[in-house]
Design a protein around this ligand. Sequence first.
Ligand code: ZN
Length: 297
Amino acid sequence: MKLQITNFNISMYKIKNVIFINLVIIISLLGINNVSAQFTNELTPAYYAYAQARNTAIPQNQLLPNLDKTLSLSIHIVLDSLGEPNIDTNDIYIAIDTLNSKFSPINLSFRICSIDSIENYQWDTLVVNDDDGLKEEQQMTTNNHIDSTINVYFVTAFEGLPQATGFTSYPGGADNIFILKDNVDDMTIPHEFGHFFGLLHTFGDGNATELVNESNCETSGDFLCDTEADPSADLPSAYTANNQCELSPMLKDSNDEFYMPPTDNIMSYYGDCRCKFTKQQYRVMAYEYLHNRYYLW
Ligand SMILES: [Zn+2]
């Protein structure tokens, strides 16, 4: 099957991830990266249509792609008002080692090419959710962008999104990833790279609810059939992963079957339970590298 919509313009879509203080992650905000920088907690129908068509068109009965590629990272650390970085570069190298281990099944890796400091301390609390914030974000990234590399910015806080730990753009968008300094050592970085290479959340961001029996997996959730049904987008914060990384309290779908969400999946919101991608997720990321992020070097 041939995918017909590879030139679909998805550059306007930007994803913002929000994590609650208790580290069990509940809410996502999705922003439309246009001049008004409006935010919504739903993906747009256009992006859903693209993602669903793409995921359906990618053959799933083949070996994983072997990309045999190392991409360059430009690390930017925004200094605070005292000129302090407040992040240990050793921790960044360790985080990229972890990132590389997560992407090793498709032989895609990342190498830190440069680490620089940004001395405008006002950007250390990056305003991201209003007109001024977009200007601020654009100013910072325009002034510091290194072409053909993935630009990773570390800041202390996102003003206006106090619960966010990171955000980025889908393929077709900018080559920027924003990470909070305090979250350098958890799954925030692999999660954002998942979005950067086109993955949706396992719960589909308010898309139609996936059934436990996976009968509607191609038309609901993240449009992937090897990520179990995840209802977390629709649940109150009382629903979390317990010590065994099971949904707690338990919950049934409309067929009276218990949800067993993929709490170990990096694109879920189950905090420290997260550790892996699935084969279908790898195929999507490889596809997006080859078709929409191929210019990275
Ligand atoms: Zn996310």
